[in-house]
Design a protein around this ligand. Structure first.
Ligand code: SF4
Length: 370
């Protein structure tokens, strides 16, 4: 059934008669002149391409650049990544979000060391079998680092193809992505497959941008159906994602002798294994907050409000309010998943997700001079 749908969609697209295969020359010539200089492009070895592609998932190029440079300095090889202590890895990833990407990266690095002698495999299928590597990343690494002719279709490429073909197919649907992947493969020249993939992505990132495509600067405008039909800004069609759930939370900044109480999250689920400021679901009153701290073994003077903050994850939004509690004395355990951390430790070793960024700033003012 899926094959039939894919064939029908493909036939519909082919009716447009866009000379797709002939466009790769225009794209490559444009890429040679306009490609941005990026640290992972200057030295495209498999490890650097892989790490950069994982970092770039859900994150902008400019935000990734300093993270990538720091990461490569600290962990320059697959072996170094495989051997890195978890705290080091999380600290290097702190603020990038989607922390499972980092964990999968390390799991895959360990497999590469054990099974492939520390060198990323050059086969698309073997790459695909590693944790955290999907069709897109396997295609990017295989084509850019190893020169293998496989497509790498991300959101940018889907947008460019939708517009070139004036396709109204919903790119959120896996079957549509599969068809576009086949079309991208047909367009790919046998020489320079990695540059072709990067040219498509670069075009989507810098010219064929979401709201206002810069068609006058586009190297394939002469063959673009959306431009001819004046419908580029309305494409691609993408069905909306599920609405995010709202979750109210109360966050505690509990201080004692120039340190703050933090705890480690569970090893699975959202932000797994990261350090956090203690928090509970719901918006607690001052009295409830005092009782909650007592349950943790902490007695404080009347807590002060620490302000409100909101953080948006993929499926949930945290709407947070904070309390600052000065611990009078503490029976709270400092082992296991709880710890008292100085500002220096928060800076240097205890990775905390950006969901708590606002409260970290509050803490900085309270602790930085201690
Ligand atoms: Fe995108 Fe415009 Fe180029 Fe078409 S002509 S591919 S809409 S930038």
């Amino acid at each position: 059934m899926r094959d039939q749908i894919n064939k029908a969609l493909r036939a519909e697209i082919e009716k447009q008669n866009v000379p797709l295969a002939a466009l790769s020359g225009d794209l490559l010539r444009w890429y040679d002149r306009h490609a941005r200089i990026l640290p992972w492009r200057e030295q495209p070895d498999p490890y650097r391409v892989w790490v950069s592609e994982i970092m770039l998932q859900q994150t902008r190029v400019e935000a990734v650049r300093p993270y990538f440079e720091r990461f490569m300095e600290a962990l320059p090889t697959v072996e170094a990544l495989a051997d890195a202590p978890e705290e080091t890895l999380m600290k290097l990833w702190e603020g990038l979000g989607y922390y499972n990407r980092a964990r999968n990266l390390q799991r895959a690095a360990r497999m590469v060391v054990e099974q492939y002698g520390g060198v990323l495999p050059s086969s698309y299928e073997q790459l695909l079998s590693l944790p955290g590597i999907g069709e897109y990343t396997a295609g990017a690494v295989a084509s850019i680092a190893y020169g293998i002719a496989v497509p790498a279709v991300d959101g940018n490429v889907l947008r460019v193809l939708s517009r070139l073909l004036a396709s109204e197919a919903d790119i959120a649907q896996p079957k549509v992505k599969a068809v576009f992947r086949g079309i991208a493969a047909d367009m790919q020249p046998s020489g320079r497959p990695g540059d072709y993939n990067q040219a498509m992505m670069e075009l989507g990132a810098t010219v064929c941008v979401p709201a206002s495509p810069r068609c006058a600067a586009c190297p394939v405008a002469h063959s673009c159906m959306a431009r001819q039909l004046d419908c580029a800004a309305a494409l691609p069609i993408k069905s909306p994602k599920r609405e995010r759930r709202r979750e109210d939370r109360t966050v505690f900044l509990i201080l004692c002798d120039g340190k703050v109480l933090i705890r480690k999250r569970a090893e699975s689920g959202l932000l797994s294994g990261m350090w956090e400021l203690p928090n509970v679901q719901g918006r607690l009153s001052e009295e409830q907050a005092i009782r909650q701290m007592e349950e943790w073994g902490i007695q404080t003077a009347a807590p002060r409000e620490a302000g409100e903050s909101k953080h948006v994850f993929t499926h949930v939004e945290w709407w947070m309010q904070g309390y600052i509690g000065m611990a009078l004395h503490t029976r709270c355990t400092v082992s296991g998943e709880w710890a008292w951390a100085s500002w220096k430790q928060l800076q240097e070793s205890h990775a905390m997700p950006s969901a708590f960024r606002y409260y970290r700033e509050v803490l900085q003012a309270l602790l930085a001079d201690e």
